[in-house]
Design a protein around this ligand. Structure first.
Ligand SMILES: C[S@@+](CC[C@H](N)C(=O)[O-])C[C@H]1O[C@@H](n2cnc3c(N)ncnc32)[C@H](O)[C@@H]1O
Length: 210
């Protein structure tokens, strides 16, 4: 069953390391080790495997938006959201230069309410950027933002560190966070190397009906 939309008043991060200012500061300092400077190879794999076809897709925490651009170039109707000024400025400039059509929304994702639900969400290291105390709210939002049967393509960051960000999204915790009652997990899970030396686990989920 789709959970009720979370109450924004319960969604405020109290951890300074995950505040808008902290993320903006990382962009200003160039401390953006997560940024590949190009789309993740996993996105190319999912496209080649036809795990996803052109549709209305949301990318929360899109950063500088390499995947927003790659999907827009392939006829997807893309919405990218992020709250960091520098990331949004970069993406807007790329959009102008490339003359591409997509929506960029600068907002805290916990305040985001789309006018209509999406067919798919591309979640690439956004969850690991959020304080774990907010993960359940984020999962509820993903349900609210999507249609029954929607696809969730998720690249979950794996880290040995006890602190974050990035907060480690180990598979056992992810299976609890995205329970079988709401999400069908497809069998294939790919390991994706990350420029930081860490790696992601790429999982494809389908939102259950009802
Ligand atoms: C680790 S980076 C990943 C960026 C991009 N997905 C990638 O893989 O290159 C996390 C991004 O999420 C954004 N972010 C974190 N918390 C957010 C929030 N509450 N609302 C909107 N954006 C957020 C940060 O500004 C940052 O750009």
């Amino acid at each position: 069953m789709t959970p009720a939309p979370p109450n924004p008043r319960t969604c405020c991060a109290t951890n300074d390391k995950v505040s808008q200012a902290a993320w903006q500061q990382r962009y200003i300092e160039g401390a953006i080790g997560w940024d590949r400077g190009k789309p993740s190879p996993q996105l190319h794999k999912w496209l080649a495997d036809e795990a996803i076809e052109p549709c209305r897709i949301l990318i929360p925490g899109c950063g500088r938006g390499h995947e927003v651009i790659a999907l827009a170039e392939r006829e997807f109707s893309v919405t990218g959201i992020d709250f960091a000024d520098s990331a949004i400025t970069y993406l807007r400039r790329e959009q102008r230069l490339r003359k591409l059509q997509f929506d960029i929304i600068q907002t805290d994702l916990f305040a985001y309410q789309p006018s209509e639900p999406f067919d798919a969400v591309y979640e690439q290291t956004c969850l690991c950027a959020i304080d774990p105390s907010q993960w359940e709210t984020y999962e509820q939002l993903l349900c609210c933002w999507t249609k029954p049967g929607a696809t969730l393509l998720a690249s979950f960051m794996q880290s040995d560190a006890s602190e974050g960000p990035p907060f480690s999204c180990d598979l056992k915790s992810m299976r609890q966070l995205f329970p079988a009652s709401r999400w069908h997990w497809h069998d294939t899970i790919d390991r994706v190397e990350h420029p930081t030396g860490m790696h992601e686990l790429a999982c494809r989920l389908t939102r259950n009906s009802g």
